[in-house]
Each structure stands twice: as C-alpha cells, then as structure tokens.
Design a protein around this ligand. Structure first.
Ligand SMILES: O=C(O)CCC(=O)C(=O)O
Length: 304
C-alpha cells in the first residue's frame, strides 16, 4: 500500500475533501466487468418502467429502487467496491439505503434541478452519502455539480417537487392528521404507483435559493466524469446537473444512497420517495437508528 493511501487508492486528501467540500470524485474505481453489469442493469430498468417512473413526463427517466428489480444492479450494490469506498471515506460501517437510476437520452441534456437529497427521504443524520456513477463519459456541463460546503449550512430546503397543499386541502389535512398521529405518511402501496409529483411540498421549509440564475454568487464545484469513476457527495449538499449540453450518446447514471451509524428515521412532510419496502414491516419511530433494522439494512462494509 502506498503511503497516504489505503485500499482503492483513497487518499487522506480525498477523505478531507469529502468532509470539507461535501463531495469528492474518486477516479478509476470500477473495472470494465462492473461497468458491463451496471450497463446491463440500467438498460433492463430503462426497458421495464415501474409504477414510480411512469408518468413523470420528462426527457429524463428517474427510477426508484432499481436494484430491487435488476439482479445485475443488485450484484453491483452488494459486491462492487462502491460500499467500500463509501465506508473508507466515512471511516465507519455503512449500510445500503436505496438507489435510483437517472437516464437521459442522447441529444440535449435535460437539467436536474438544484436540490438536497435528504429532504426527500425519512432519514436524518450526518453520515448519508450518495455514490453517483455513470456508464457513459459525462462532461462537466452535464454531470453533477455541488455548492461546495453547503452540506454544513444546517438547513433543510423545500424539495423542488410536490404539490402545493392549497391545491388539495383534503389530502393535505389527511397528511397533517397522519403526521400528528405518528403514522406513516407515504405507505407501502406507493411502491406500486408513485411519482415525485404525488407528494406534498412542505411550505414550512425555506425555499431553495435560485442558484442557477446567480451562479457567480455560489462556490460551485464540478467534474468531468469518466466511466469507472465514483462521485461521492453528502446527503445534505445542494447539487444539480445542468441542462443544454448536447451529447451524441445517452447519459446513463446510477446513484446509490448509503448510511452510517448516526442515521435515524425521521418522518418528513416533504417526503417524496417511499421508504424501502422491507422497512414497512417494522413500523420505525422518529429518532430510531436505522441500524436497529439490521435485516433491512445489513452492514455492507465495515473498517477492519
Ligand atoms: O443524475 C442526475 O442528473 C441527478 C442525480 C441526483 O440528483 C442524485 O443522485 O441525487
């Protein structure tokens, strides 16, 4: 092993960059065999849309939990080096929480709006890490950008999706009643049919700043991405992907979400993605560590 590096060539600088900036690109992690499996899994999912991806109506397919529908993606999640690099950067045991596919067809890239990931999920903690990979080369103007350090702003913004409660007062009142009763907000049945637009936005959360219109006011970090690289970013960080670049190939990305020991369950009115389906059997309570649900979230990688 080289000085200053550990297995997988993650340097002390990479670890520091992740904690300081909230994101780091680790080069050349996935071999061709892993990329082939990823590509096969992504193409399978693209051709088998489920009830959570139909109807979004954009030149961007977002699929929730694709590894639970594709044996290839499941293998990548369970056996590729992705869990290890997340664990080495956190220096903690890590568990797989969920995954998504972001498939943009060749041509002009559709933008992914600025947002934070944690506000979409019923989770809270500092050890939430996204691992974003793509089987195609992606220039910086179509790949992920982050606002450097925004994972430390200690603020949860309103996700840029969801219905205004004023448009459906009855539904909004039912959500409030469920919240007050300690009930689950988006049920298991959402796995059969649900999109971002079926959730309610939470008016109590502050609105996102208009980062794209005043990019010079923000410290924006971005990278050219090559297949085999893994981009790690913090669950609380503001991030997006710009639109407008024209690619002569699709941009087929997969993003997985990993959690460390400090992550606990927290029902959010802004929840836009259902809980992982096995978690519904356990009736988690607000504040309960997700490590309590070892059968749903087994340890994927732990330091020796
Ligand atoms: O790939 C994209 O365009 C968006 C990805 C993203 O927002 C995420 O992984 O959280």
């Amino acid at each position: 092993m080289l000085e200053g590096t550990n297995a997988l060539n993650i340097s002390v600088d990479d670890i520091e960059a992740f904690h300081r900036d909230g994101a780091v690109l680790i080069k050349n992690v996935l071999s061709k065999d892993w990329l082939d499996l990823l590509e096969r899994g992504i193409e399978y999912i693209q051709h088998h849309p489920d009830g959570m991806s139909a109807g979004v109506g954009m030149p961007l397919r977002i699929d929730q939990f694709p590894a639970s529908h594709s044996a290839d993606l499941d293998q990548v999640m369970k056996a590729s080096p992705i869990s290890e690099i997340v664990g080495r950067v956190l220096e903690r045991p890590v568990r797989f929480y969920m995954d998504q596919m972001f498939y943009k067809p060749a041509g002009e890239m559709f933008p992914s709006a600025w947002h934070q990931d944690t506000s979409y999920y019923n989770i809270e903690g500092d050890q939430v890490v996204r691992a974003w990979v793509c089987v195609d080369p992606v220039p910086r103007d179509a790949s992920i950008e982050v606002v450097r350090g925004s994972h430390r702003w200690n603020i949860t913004y309103r996700p840029p999706v969801g219905m205004d409660p004023k448009t459906d007062p009855e539904g909004a009142a039912a959500l409030e009643a469920a919240y007050a009763a300690g009930d689950i907000l988006i049920g298991r049945e959402a796995h059969a049919s649900w999109t971002y637009f079926d959730s309610f936005l939470d008016p109590a959360l502050p609105q996102l700043p208009d980062i794209e219109s005043s990019r010079d006011s923000f410290d924006i970090l971005g990278w050219d991405f090559a297949p085999g690289d893994v981009l790690l970013f913090h669950g609380n960080i503001l991030h997006s992907a710009r639109g407008g670049a024209v690619l002569d190939h699709p941009r087929r990305a997969h993003a997985s979400l990993w959690i460390g020991p400090d992550v606990h369950y927290l029902r959010r009115r802004s929840q836009a993605i259902p809980d992982p389906i096995q978690l519904y059997d356990y009736h988690p309570l607000d504040g309960q560590p997700l490590a309590d649900f070892d059968e749903v979230f087994p340890i994927a990688w732990a330091p020796a």
